[in-house]
Design a protein around this ligand. Structure first.
Ligand SMILES: O[C@@H]1[C@@H](O)[C@H](O[C@@H]2CO[C@@H](O[C@@H]3CO[C@@H](O[C@@H]4CO[C@@H](O)[C@H](O)[C@H]4O)[C@H](O)[C@H]3O)[C@H](O)[C@H]2O)OC[C@H]1O
Length: 417
């Protein structure tokens, strides 16, 4: 074959193979997408974005196709005093996702924690608190309308025994605050997928059953709920990591109710400093979690709660614990853990254990739009449920399948409805 200018350029960039179908960079996200998922993603937070090496790694879309703000869309940041809304920090994360071509999970609208005292201690009556709740949700969801793949509408409404957690919303409004919140979010952005999100619902038990009952409750009120987020803040070798079949059975109990599931805040902590044996077990545990999501069609993706131990929330919350993420405190990949995640999504090339670089970021960003739509539905000639409907490098069909429509052509967040 006579080399063309394009093949010469691709060879210079280290890309080999067909010039019309350059191979997507290998990574946690591209493997997840190849396995039929929408993304593999990471939480992040505003202060760490000034760390350029960290930012390069986060922006590498081969590894991260989605980001979630760890704090900057919570009530205390967004509406610190009644009726005063501040979107500066949240916008930084949303803009970064858009710039990188990454999806955005928006977290979280209603949570008893990181809730300003004017709400908690305001002494509001039922109708006033409902109106405060609706106003907060309407304002925030409207601000980010069209940008959020998912909203975590209600976070952690349950106790460990499956009873409702006592918080100001439950005490004043009763369990109806949950469907009221979902209805307000749906009205403000009908395209966003709306999630209930909680921890310790990854395994069957009373709390998981209660979360399933929340799905039923929201639906019984006639409100929309699209998914349940399993946070998955796990402990090496402990509950939640036992077997792929345990994960799938529990996830299927949710999907049987007609909702998606997602793993939304995955980290697997251990006593620090981590021993070699703990890291080996941790790699197995990550593989088990990924295997569970991979096996369940309606498990749409996995998010780790930041990607590096350098910025993990664990040591500040669980004394003596940490080393929970696939990159260490020096931003170096833990090859054993990273490769376990890669291989759990599917076979392919292995990591060499390098530090993230700007070059890797540029290459990955360039190839993401090719990788994202490479799902089975694209192969069958229809546009994937999520992904570009025409333009931005998407070379598949520009229309959705018969009977459905493309919400926004040429937009990463478009979907077939
Ligand atoms: O900067 C940090 C943020 O990263 C942080 O984000 C929240 C972290 O996780 C979510 O809330 C926590 C979930 O875990 C609970 O502890 C569990 C207790 O049971 C154990 O079995 C389980 O392993 C533990 O995970 C915590 O009590 C929750 O607070 C929440 O959704 C994120 O927003 O927020 C604080 C910031 O300083």
């Amino acid at each position: 074959m006579i080399p063309t200018a394009l093949t010469v350029l691709l060879a210079a960039l280290g890309v080999t193979g067909s010039p019309v179908e350059p191979r997507a960079a290998d990574g946690l996200n591209t493997r997840a997408v190849a396995a039929g998922k929408q993304y593999f993603g990471s939480a992040t937070d505003n202060p760490e974005l000034s760390d350029t090496a960290y930012l390069a790694g986060l922006s590498n879309t081969a590894d991260f196709g989605q980001i979630t703000p760890g704090n900057s869309m919570k009530w205390d940041t967004i509406e610190p005093s009644r009726g005063t809304f501040s979107y500066t920090k949240g916008d930084v994360i949303a803009d970064l996702a858009a710039k990188n071509g990454q999806l955005l999970r928006c977290h979280t609208l209603v949570w008893y924690n990181q809730l300003p005292s004017w709400v908690t201690n305001g002494g509001f009556d039922n109708s006033t608190l409902i109106s405060i709740l609706q106003n907060h949700i309407t304002n925030e969801v409207t601000h980010y309308k069209g940008k959020c793949l998912h909203w975590d509408v209600v976070n952690e409404a349950l106790n460990e025994d499956g009873t409702y957690r006592t918080n100001v919303f439950y005490t004043t409004i009763g369990p109806a605050y949950i469907p009221i919140a979902f209805a307000a979010a749906a009205a403000a952005d009908p395209s966003a997928k709306l999630y209930y999100n909680d921890y310790n619902i990854e395994a069957a038990g009373s709390k998981s059953t209660a979360a399933q009952n929340i799905v039923k409750l929201v639906k019984a009120y006639g409100a929309k709920i699209d998914g349940v987020g399993m946070q998955a803040h796990l402990i090496v070798g402990s509950t939640g990591s036992e077997s792929v079949s345990a994960w799938t059975a529990n996830m299927n109990a949710f999907t049987a109710l007609g909702v998606d599931v997602a793993i939304t805040e995955l980290d697997i902590r251990t006593t620090t400093p981590a021993t070699a044996a703990a890291v080996t077990q941790q790699a197995k545990d990550y593989a088990t979690v990924i295997g569970g999501c991979k096996a369940v069609t309606r498990c749409v993706g996995v998010t780790i709660w930041d990607y590096t131990d350098k910025y993990s929330w664990i040591p500040s919350t669980f004394s003596g614990q940490g080393a929970a993420l696939p990159w260490d405190e020096n931003l170096v990949k833990k090859t054993e853990v990273y490769n376990a995640i890669l291989n759990a999504w599917g076979t392919g090339r292995h990591s060499t254990g390098t530090t993230p670089t700007a070059t890797a970021t540029a290459t990955a960003t360039k190839t993401t739009t090719t990788a994202a739509p490479a799902t089975s539905s694209a192969a069958s000639g229809t546009v994937p449920k999520w992904g570009q409907c025409g333009g931005n490098g998407w070379t598949g069909p520009t229309q959705c399948e018969a009977g459905s429509t493309c919400t926004k052509a040429n937009d990463y967040y478009s979907q077939c409805l």
